[in-house]
Design a protein around this ligand. Structure first.
Ligand code: BTN
Length: 246
C-alpha cells in the first residue's frame, strides 16, 4: 500500500468492472477524504485507522484496527433512490458478515449487530457540487479484532474476530454486495433487510423528528421503518430507535 495511491482494486460481481481503492494507513475520516476527492468517478477510500471517524448525528466513530471505508458514487451513476443507500450498505454488510459465518442482524437503519452488540455503523452523505448534489458517499465502519474500546462503548460495541486475510475478503464481499444491491429491484433488497432485521416484530422507542413507542412492523418501499403505536402507524425516515423500551 502506498498512502492514497491506487494499488488495489475492487472487482464487482460481473468479474470485469473494477473500482480503484485509495488505501491509507491513517486518515481523519474516509468520508471526509471522499468529499475532498469529489465525485468524478466511483471509487473506494480505505483507511486502517481514522483520527476523526464520524458517526451519525455528529457523533464520533471509534476507528482502530477495523475496516473504515467509503464508497464514492457520482449522482449520474445512481439508478436508485438515495434514500435507499443506507439500506443497500446494511444489506451488503449483513450478507457478507453472515457469509463469513456470523449471525449478523440489521438494526434499522444503519447499524449491524452481532449478539445484540453493534459491530458496524453506516453513514451515507450527499456531496454537493456547483450545480447541487453531485453524488453520494457511503461510509462503513466495522469493528474487528480485539480493540481497546473506550469505557462508554464497552457494553454496547461488538467486534468480529477476523484475521487480516479474512478482513480483506470481507471488504471485497461488502463492496460487491453493495453494488449488487444497487442493481437489484429495491423490493428484493429490502426483503432481505426485513428478513435479517433485529427490530421488526419488536417493541421500539423512537427519537428525532418523531418520538414515541410502538411495535416495528416492517420496511416501507423507501426503506423507512413502519411502527404501530397507540395513535396509529407511523413511518420513520430518520432519527434513531432503541430496542430498550422501559
Ligand atoms: C454511525 O454508527 O453513526 C455511523 C458510523 C459510520 C462510520 C464510518 S467509518 C468509515 C466512514 N468514515 C467516517 O468518518 N465515518 C464512516
Amino acid at each position: 500500500m502506498v498512502n492514497g495511491f491506487v494499488t488495489e482494486q475492487a472487482f464487482l460481481s460481473d468479474g470485469k468492472t473494477a473500482l480503484p481503492i485509495y488505501h491509507y494507513s491513517i486518515l481523519d475520516s474516509t468520508n471526509a477524504e471522499a468529499k475532498r476527492r469529489g465525485t468524478a468517478k466511483s471509487a473506494v477510500i480505505l483507511a486502517d485507522r481514522q483520527t476523526a471517524g464520524r458517526g451519525r448525528l455528529g457523533r464520533q466513530f471509534f476507528s482502530e484496527g477495523g475496516i473504515y471505508t467509503s464508497i464514492i458514487l457520482p449522482a449520474e451513476s445512481l439508478s436508485f433512490s438515495p434514500m435507499l443507500l443506507t439500506s443497500a450498505a446494511a444489506f451488503a454488510v449483513c450478507r457478507a458478515v453472515r457469509a463469513a459465518g456470523f449471525d449478523a442482524k440489521i438494526k434499522w437503519v444503519n447499524d449491524i449487530l452481532l449478539d445484540g452488540k453493534k459491530i458496524c455503523g453506516i453513514l451515507a452523505e450527499a456531496m454537493s457540487g456547483e450545480n447541487g448534489i453531485s453524488g453520494f458517499v457511503v461510509g462503513i465502519g466495522i469493528n474487528i479484532g480485539n480493540p481497546d474500546f473506550p469505557s462508554e462503548l464497552a457494553d454496547i460495541a461488538g467486534t468480529l474476530p477476523l484475521s487480516n486475510a479474512e478482513k480483506e475478503v470481507l471488504l471485497h464481499a461488502i463492496i460487491q454486495g453493495f453494488f449488487d444491491a444497487l442493481a437489484m429491484p429495491p423490493r428484493e433488497m429490502l426483503a432481505y433487510c426485513a428478513e435479517q432485521s433485529a427490530v421488526i416484530g419488536k417493541k421500539v422507542r423512537f427519537f428525532g423528528a418523531k418520538e414515541g413507542v410502538g411495535r416495528a412492523l416492517g420496511l416501507s418501499c423507501e426503506g423507512g421503518l413502519t411502527v404501530l403505536t397507540d395513535e396509529g402507524t407511523v413511518t420513520l425516515t430518520g432519527g434513531e430507535i432503541s430496542l430498550r423500551v422501559e
